[in-house]
Write a protein that binds this ligand. Structure first.
Ligand SMILES: Nc1ncnc2c1ncn2[C@@H]1O[C@H](COP(=O)(O)OP(=O)(O)O)[C@@H](O)[C@H]1O
Ligand SMILES: O=P(O)(O)OC[C@H](O)CO
Length: 514
């Protein structure tokens, strides 16, 4: 009897790691998830332990494989594994020992704000965006690596010795899961490399002019080799866990993976993922489009000749993390799923607007010097109003991104495909549809990020032969949310939001005293 093949996906997100197994129909058959520790050593700083990230992934693989086998399958049926990951988060290690030299600096971390401010004055700063697709800000990996070189002695020493290795989380995981220095597989895919500011967005290779501009000497730091997002050989294989020997054949940054998982293969398709942050990717086709309205240009995926796509991206730094903030810091609710229950205790936000700029505001505003600010509090304000204002903040920022996208692309979107933890809330999705004035389309199976990584891996080994083979995947159980408020009302709400954004600027600026 020929037993069916399955594909595994490692999803290493900002707040948790997961391993999931999918069958050829794209159904998720087993999963294991683990949260890991977040470190916030100073205000605006955010770190993770790179070794803990690897361990959490290994635990998830083993837990999931055990569940899979309990269903009567065998581990040999898992023929390939894909990796998807939080992007920009920066890991540095010594390539001779394979040991991390510092905690990972997470994508949300704003410690390089001062460094970025100075870099903006360096000649040529205005030309970076058109070359790499990203604005100079604390968000991409570049300023995080520069900060480490200036402030972490162990990193600086390794750099001077020429033993420093740099990578985003995908590279680090691939390197460690392959056994570290023994095999020394140090690679990344273009969707991840396009988040560093070191890659040329046209050639998909490292750009010497960009590296020179950042004063990074390539002889002193090894950058991961850029290979396709779906490749049968380049990523090696697992050397630990119950899946020892299984090849890693797909790799995508998590937002690209979600676009793939939502089958956003062709120009004009878009998805919005409401995770820790929130990221809207709009497939613009096989040529990059440089935004004039505060969006990022990113590689959507590189599946080889004719299947290499770019996206315009709107990135929101704080989305699900603002919900976690109400859970952990204010104790308003004991779990994120209660947010909607609390918000539904009231009719509206009671005049409150919460600019959730915990790490400044990303797209389309790019305000580094704002911090979280709640406007409109009175003696009337209740926890429910704050809950509503919190969820509305993500929906308003999505609305602002869609407006920018429409200006850049010249075409309005007519439907938004959604996924990610926060989209479990009907109230949030309804609010989103109300604000943007068109339907929000939520799939039944919401693990689209992992599904995208599995698709990349499965396409490399022939589990699926083409995009056409994937056309029936994850079509069932969709929910469509349609707008229920008037356009005028939506415009009025949005104007108030924009006013609040404007008022939140400059909070970090020094106050002059006589
Ligand atoms: N029912 C819910 N309502 C609102 N937010 C939610 C809900 N469920 C999960 N979340 C939020 O979603 C986030 C987790 O989403 P996920 O897609 O798993 O994130 P990540 O990939 O960034 O780790 C958390 O920050 C959590 O606060
Ligand atoms: O962990 P998420 O889902 O919020 O995604 C993180 C992004 O990749 C950061 O750019």
């Amino acid at each position: 009897m020929i037993r069916p093949s399955f594909v595994g996906a490692i999803d290493q997100g900002t707040t948790s790691s997961r391993f999931l197994v999918f069958n050829q129909k794209g159904d998720m058959v087993a999963t294991h998830q683990l949260e890991f520790q977040q470190h916030y050593p100073h205000s605006g700083w955010h770190e993770q332990d790179p070794e803990e990230l690897v361990r959490s992934v290994e635990i998830c693989v083993n837990g999931c494989v055990e569940e899979f086998e309990n269903q009567g399958h065998t581990r040999e049926q898992i023929v390939a594994v894909g990796i998807t990951n939080q992007r920009e988060t920066t890991v540095v290690w010594d390539k001779t020992t394979g040991k991390a030299l510092h905690n990972a600096i997470v994508w949300t971390d704003a410690r390089s704000q001062e460094l970025v401010r100075k870099l903006k004055h360096r000649i040529g700063s205005g030309e970076l965006n058109s070359r790499c697709g990203l604005p100079l800000s604390t968000y991409p990996s570049a300023s995080k690596l520069l900060w480490l070189l200036e402030n972490a002695p162990a990193v600086k020493e390794a750099y001077e010795r020429g033993t420093l290795a740099f990578g985003t989380v995908d590279s680090w995981l691939v390197y460690k899961l392959n056994g570290g220095p023994a095999r020394n597989i140090h690679v990344t895919d273009p969707s991840n490399a396009s988040r560093t500011m070191f890659m040329n967005i046209e050639t998909l290779e490292y750009d010497d002019d960009l590296l020179d501009w950042f004063r990074i000497d390539r002889n002193k730091v090894t950058l991961p080799k850029i290979v396709r997002s779906s490749d049968p050989q380049a990523y090696g294989s697992l050397t630990t866990t119950h899946l020892k020997g299984v090849r890693i054949t797909g790799c995508l940054g998590d937002q690209s993976a979600a676009l793939v998982g939502q089958k956003g293969f062709s120009a004009g398709l878009a998805k919005n993922t409401y995770g820790t942050g929130c990221f809207l990717l709009y497939n613009v086709g096989s040529k990059p489009v440089i935004s004039k309205h505060g969006l990022l240009t990113t590689v959507a995926f590189d599946f080889g000749e004719g299947k290499r796509m770019y996206a315009l991206e709107g990135s929101i730094a704080t989305a699900g993390s603002s919900v976690m903030f109400l859970v952990n810091n204010f104790g308003f609710i004991d779990s994120p799923s209660k947010l909607s229950v609390l918000a539904e205790e009231v009719e509206d936000s009671g005049g409150c607007t919460f600019v959730t700029a915990f790490s400044g505001l990303f797209a389309p505003y790019w305000i580094d010097d704002a911090r979280g600010t709640i406007f409109g509090i009175t003696a009337y304000t209740k926890r429910g109003h704050i809950a509503r204002a919190t969820l509305e903040a993500t929906c308003f920022q999505t609305q602002a991104i869609l407006k920018a996208m429409e200006k850049d692309s010249g075409k309005p979107l007519t439907e938004l495909r959604v996924d990610g933890g926060m989209c479990a809330s009907d109230l949030i999705m309804q609010t989103q549809s109300d604000f943007i004035g068109f339907p929000v389309n939520r799939p039944g199976m919401r693990e689209t990020t992992a599904l995208g990584a599995a698709m990349a891996a499965g396409l490399a080994v022939g589990v699926w032969k083409s995009f056409e083979d994937l056309k029936d995947v994850n079509n069932e159980g969709r929910t469509i949310f349609r707008p229920q408020i008037s356009e005028k009302e939506a415009r009025k709400k949005f104007a108030r939001w924009e006013k609040a954004v404007d008022m939140s600027r400059g909070w970090l600026n020094e106050v002059e005293v006589q």
